[in-house]
Design a protein around this ligand. Structure first.
Ligand code: GDP
Ligand code: MN
Length: 406
């Protein structure tokens, strides 16, 4: 689960990571009130207005049809009012949003962490994630922080420091010191960085995150080290352990079909193809997607309806697949192990009738317990449903209906 920058920073700060402080706002009035609070707290007129969307690259991104950047410096309440009206409710396009962009529903009014006149603020990069190959967490850091880290990673990989952390023993003090040293920090700044790395790692582990990206990590001229940005991804499978973090989910940022599917307990991932698929079991779902590709189609989604496929789950799956306008055919591939094929077939027929006219051809492959009975129910239903027992037959049917729909 992705969270917004302001939420990521809230998590960090609970674990003692120093952050650029800020207040979130949803209207220009709230933004001005937030600015006044920040200005009082920092005793400065400077503040930054930062669009909160689930995508990075906001500093360089622009609001559609304007020259308005997603992150802007403000020097007065009037600036804040103007900038927030320009951002809120409008679509921000960044390198990470794709051309369609994302609507800015919230903004963060943050303290200006780069003191005016600071002659040497220095931006670093720091990320923590799981290195599956090494079965370790890895901390990545670079002196080349700021908005071009992707370029650095591509053209100067040697400028990215990596430190692997064995999860069984956790981050060792010498490792944090090594990172601070390799970043070229000395004296007070070095000590502060060691503390920063320690707190950051603790936050990562204890919040069950799967990714932290702090870019930039700022060193101010008075040697404070703080997180100016925070990209945090929490592991969905561990959310049950964090009742305080799960409300951070922002459904407005997620694909509406995926939100609907998760409400019906379906594992659904929207893809760009033309053949919708509904399968029980993740492995079979992957294999089914391969078959669709081999028969000349492109999967429109991944959908695992789970072990106990019944009329209700099948209907929910149908409804979600049918909301995707790209879908030209649906392939249902169910293995009847615990659940019997005749019951699934009845479920498919009932779901079909409940939904009414389904405008695209449906291919149902039922294999396993009572496969023949299942096929008979489908064939006798009088509905526009093709039945297959072999995977090969299913693939051929997909190919056939796709040709016919052209
Ligand atoms: P991103 O572009 O989505 O990664 O958003 P960031 O939060 O990283 O902000 C983008 C850029 O805005 C940063 O790289 C900084 O250069 C700049 N920025 C962020 N906070 C401040 C601030 O407090 N003061 C100033 N002057 N610039 C800031
Ligand atoms: Mn950033």
């Amino acid at each position: 689960m992705n969270v917004h920058e302001y939420q990521g920073k809230e998590i960090l700060s609970r674990y003692g990571v120093r952050i650029q402080r800020g207040i979130v706002a949803e209207t220009p009035e709230q933004a001005v009130a937030a600015y006044k609070q920040i200005a009082e707290m920092t005793n400065s007129k400077f503040a930054v207005v930062k669009s909160q969307i689930h995508a990075g690259g906001r500093g360089k991104g622009k609001i559609v049809g304007t020259e308005q950047r997603g992150v802007q410096l403000a020097k007065s309440a009037e600036d804040v009012e103007r900038i927030s009206s320009n951002l809120l409710g409008n679509v921000l396009v960044t390198l990470q949003t794709g051309a369609e962009g994302k609507t800015v529903n919230k903004i963060l009014i943050a303290e200006d962490a780069y003191y005016p006149g600071d002659s040497e603020p220095k931006e670093y990069y720091m990320g923590i994630l799981l290195d599956r190959g090494k079965a370790c967490n890895v901390i990545m850091a670079s002196t080349e922080g700021g908005m071009d880290i992707e370029e650095v990673a591509e053209h100067h990989p040697e400028k990215i420091i990596k430190e692997w952390i064995d999860p069984r023993v956790g981050l060792q003090a010498f490792q944090a010191r090594k990172i601070a040293d390799k970043l070229g920090l000395t004296g007070e700044a070095n000590k502060e960085m060691v503390k920063f790395v320690g707190a950051l790692y603790k936050a990562y582990v204890e919040s069950d995150s799967s990714m932290f990206e702090i870019n930039p990590v700022l060193k101010t001229s008075d040697n404070k080290i703080l997180a100016v940005d925070a990209k945090v991804n929490l592991d969905d499978n561990a959310l049950y352990r964090h009742p305080d973090l799960s409300p951070m989910r922002d459904k407005l940022e997620e694909d509406p079909l995926e939100v609907e599917a998760s409400e019906s307990d379906l594992n659904y991932v929207k893809l760009d193809g033309n053949v919708g698929c509904m399968v029980n079991g993740a492995g079979l779902a992957m294999a089914t997607m391969d078959i669709i590709k081999l028969s000349g189609g492109e999967p429109a989604n991944f959908l695992d309806v789970g072990g106990g496929a019944n009329a209700k789950t099948v209907e929910a799956g149908f409804r979600i697949i049918l909301k995707d306008p790209n879908v030209k055919a649906i392939l249902i591939n169910i293995f009847g192990g615990i659940v019997r094929c005749d019951r699934v077939a009845t479920g498919v027929v009932e779901a079909y009738k409940a939904i009414g006219e389904i405008p695209v051809p449906i291919i149902v492959r039922l294999q396993g317990t009572n496969a023949a009975e299942g096929a008979k129910i489908i064939n006798d239903s009088g509905l526009k449903v093709y039945s297959a027992i072999l995977l090969k037959e299913a693939a051929e049917l997909v190919e056939k209906v796709l040709k016919e729909s052209k």
